[in-house]
Design a protein around this ligand. Structure first.
Ligand code: SF4
Length: 367
């Protein structure tokens, strides 16, 4: 029997043969389509046959790790028509602006357009703020965009009435850190379960958690059935979860973004090392000081809620006390304006790509 030969690519991935594509990186187009089979790193035993999936959905926050996931799929020759980006709008679409960067939605759209990949948004009605203000009431419905049926709404009529009236707890435990579960994880699963187009199909959900980010993330599996999987059920919906950058170092993430010359989310240019919600509950003192400097009104909303709930996000200090202990990043006007705008007007593909100020910096974010 012929001996199999393995080679390592620059990202440390192992291949049976040479990576079989040529990419015109300037235009991000494939020179030819093929059925890719990725052999993931040696210390992981599972072989992911990317070509065996009908659809590959990337949970796309707009942050560097989810961006690296998309580019990694392209690098591995996945045809664009198989890929969808899904962004979960943390503030919803009902008017709340409490948590997220104003630019995020538009930035995500701009990346999708530049790469020629469709993007669909999904959210909990009322977003983070609505869920936080629940008082003896049901959780709000989930809404999600679809390719052919417009926006679909499900849920909101059954379940347990509950009261929150406080911020999520800063914990790796998702039952008390309810924002990740209610505003992202459940939203994604609901959108899969309630679209018939996934029934009888093989779907891969790709997300960008990395082991380096936290102890808890280090324990995540690289590959497993997704919570929306129903392969043995009546509708035979096969859904797997894949975390392709789980073992990557931050350097590898920036390397692939540089290779494609994609402008990272404006918050990285301001100095943030991780980008998710602007006012993430995991935000450090320097981030809070920076937010206070560039968006005092938005900062005040968080401080007011802490007072109203008589419970601080941090174990002991209010956000105001924490901001006072921090030092704002050195932020330039151009990027402040961009981050606080609702319209991304820059060029996603940069001729003169520069590593942003936040690269390799503070890594405050969900654990
Ligand atoms: S980014 Fe932070 S605040 Fe936003 S959903 Fe995740 S953990 Fe919650």
């Amino acid at each position: 029997m012929e001996q199999q030969r393995f080679i390592l690519d620059k990202s440390g991935n192992r291949w049976l043969t040479k990576p079989p594509i040529k990419i015109n990186r300037a235009r991000c187009e494939f020179s030819r389509i093929f059925i890719p089979t990725e052999i993931i790193p040696v210390n992981q035993t599972k072989q992911i046959d990317l070509g065996s999936y009908d659809k590959i959905i990337v949970a796309f926050s707009g942050g560097k790790d989810s961006l690296a996931c998309v580019l990694h799929l392209l690098d591995n020759g996945v045809p664009k028509e198989k890929i969808e980006l899904w962004h979960h709008d943390v503030d919803g679409r009902e008017g709340s602006t409490l948590m997220d960067w104003p630019i995020t939605r538009s930035y995500c759209k701009a990346v999708a357009k530049a790469l020629g990949i469709p993007i669909y948004f999904s959210w909990k009605s009322g977003g983070f703020e609505g869920e936080m203000l629940r008082e003896n009431s049901l959780t709000a419905p989930t809404k999600f965009e679809t390719p052919e049926e417009g926006i679909i709404q499900v849920g909101g009529t059954r379940g347990k009435q509950n009261t929150r009236c406080k911020f999520p707890q800063v914990s790796a435990n998702l039952s008390v850190r309810w924002c990740s579960a209610y505003l992202k994880i459940d939203i994604c699963a609901t959108a899969i379960r309630n679209q018939k187009r996934f029934n009888g199909k093989r779907t891969l959900i790709v997300s960008g958690e990395r082991a380096e980010e936290s102890k808890s993330r280090a324990n995540y599996k690289i590959f497993e059935p997704d919570r929306s999987d129903n392969r043995d059920g009546r509708n035979q919906r096969h859904v797997d979860r894949y975390r392709p950058v789980h073992q990557w170092k931050e350097m590898q993430v920036w390397d692939i973004i540089k290779t494609y010359r994609i402008d990272p989310h404006p918050a990285y240019h301001l100095g943030w090392g991780r980008v998710s919600c602007m006012k993430c509950i995991f935000g450090g003192a320097n981030q809070l000081a920076s937010i206070f400097q560039i968006d005092p009104d938005g900062f005040a909303e968080i401080a007011e809620y802490e007072e109203l709930f008589e419970t601080t996000i941090h174990r002991t200090d209010t956000v105001t006390e924490r901001a006072a202990k921090g030092t704002p990043y050195q932020m330039d006007e151009k990027h402040i304006k961009q981050a606080l705008s609702k319209e991304y007007t820059g060029n996603i593909i940069q001729d003169d790509w520069q590593l942003p100020a936040g690269a390799f910096g503070e890594s405050c974010g969900p654990s």
